[in-house]
Design a protein around this ligand. Sequence first.
Ligand code: HEM
Length: 439
Amino acid sequence: MTDSTSPPPPAEKSAEKPAGISRRGLLGLAGAGVAGIGIGIAADRAVLAATGAGSGAAASATRSYDFYGTHQAGIVTPAQDRLHFAAFDMSASATRADLIELLQDWTIAAAAMTAGKDIGEYGAVSGPYDAPPEDTGEAQGLPPSGLTITFGFGPTLFSTTDGVDRFGLAARRPAELVTLPHFPGDMLDPAASDGDLCIQACADDPQVAVHAIRNLSRIAFGRAALRWSQLGFGRTSSTSTSQATPRNLFGFKDGTANIKAEEPAAVNDQVWVQSGDSTAWMTGGCYLVTRRIRMTIETWDRTILREQEAVIGRNKGEGAPLSGGTEFTEPDFEVTGRGDEPLIATTAHVRLAHPTENSGIRMLRRGYNFVDGNDALGRLEAGLFFISFQREPEQFTTVQLNLARNDALNEYIRHVGSALFAVPPGARPGSYVGAPLFA
Ligand code: HEM
């Protein structure tokens, strides 16, 4: 992903030879019972896949996206099918140097994994017999599977909720990077919210996404620890016109009116931080919102089709607006039906989320479905792990405030997790993600 003005092409594998992992990083890993992650890249898993050991999935499995670029990958990249998202907190003893070295080590590992390679010099099975393998090994034989790894910084990285500036970053915090406000109806679990750092791993194979988060968590040992994480499936958005619109767990097409990579003007206007917007180090970056939204599936499934469509404002089969036309017809909020009632109700989700109701605001949605088993009452612990990328957090808060106050959908959903992260621009080859923050 090097150019915001064109659709994201499947990038070639990075030819960049990674710098060696820091000594401090090695010490941290040794403490975790991991020894010997070093310079270089181990076996190319795609080659192993070609020998027949791979997933055998579609041709898209061999697609890889370069980790390095102007913007981070995993934003306008065509949304992959699977997600593993993780938020981390820095350890109490971590220093600024630890943070920088962690980002350097993560960059090297992310560049290797997105290219379909094991991490470290020897990878999963070629290292010393008397040391734990550098790579955990469960992605051996699997192709890159379109893996992207996207990093973000939470408000607490800059200063804690008590105002402590642990890493000398308080003066560099963008003014807009503050914990999201409380919205009407929020029932947030603090243990599934916020965090100092985040990593979004998306791939077309769940094992590849999980492998990425597992190995990055292991590298962080002693410096940062997992705070919460979320698995997701069945992308609930299209981020490219090349993709068919998927469906969320309410059975509706989701992502129809999303910003697409093929709209460079909208991407620049609504997604990428522009020079002069904010602190200079954020130029080319954006802000990432996550909302863990529990969906009361059982209630929804007892709701009549007419009501389901009225709640969304689109029909369930094709995803066309209730004002008429086909999926990609613009909704007409003025058209009325029987009794002079608008065909798209004043409380319909698509009306309240539409740019005309929100001063022209849009956002790039990139969420995933989740089903995390069931609760004690036998109800599915299921919902939408909402992810949006935008130029300013205010884009999300404006729309969410409108939805939280008026959306008919609120009867069937509950927001239980929330986080905001600043996503720095892409890393340059030879450098590391977030380097401009420390310059
Ligand atoms: C479980 C919760 C949610 C469900 C089931 C849901 C579902 C949908 C569906 C079916 C559509 C119509 C298809 C499309 O254009 O993508 C839609 C549109 C949209 N949703 Fe949601 N959504 C949810 C939460 C949210 C949240 C939290 C936000 C942002 C605060 C949001 C923002 C939007 C926007 C901006 C649109 C496009 C509106 C337009 O321009 O027509 N949604 N959503």
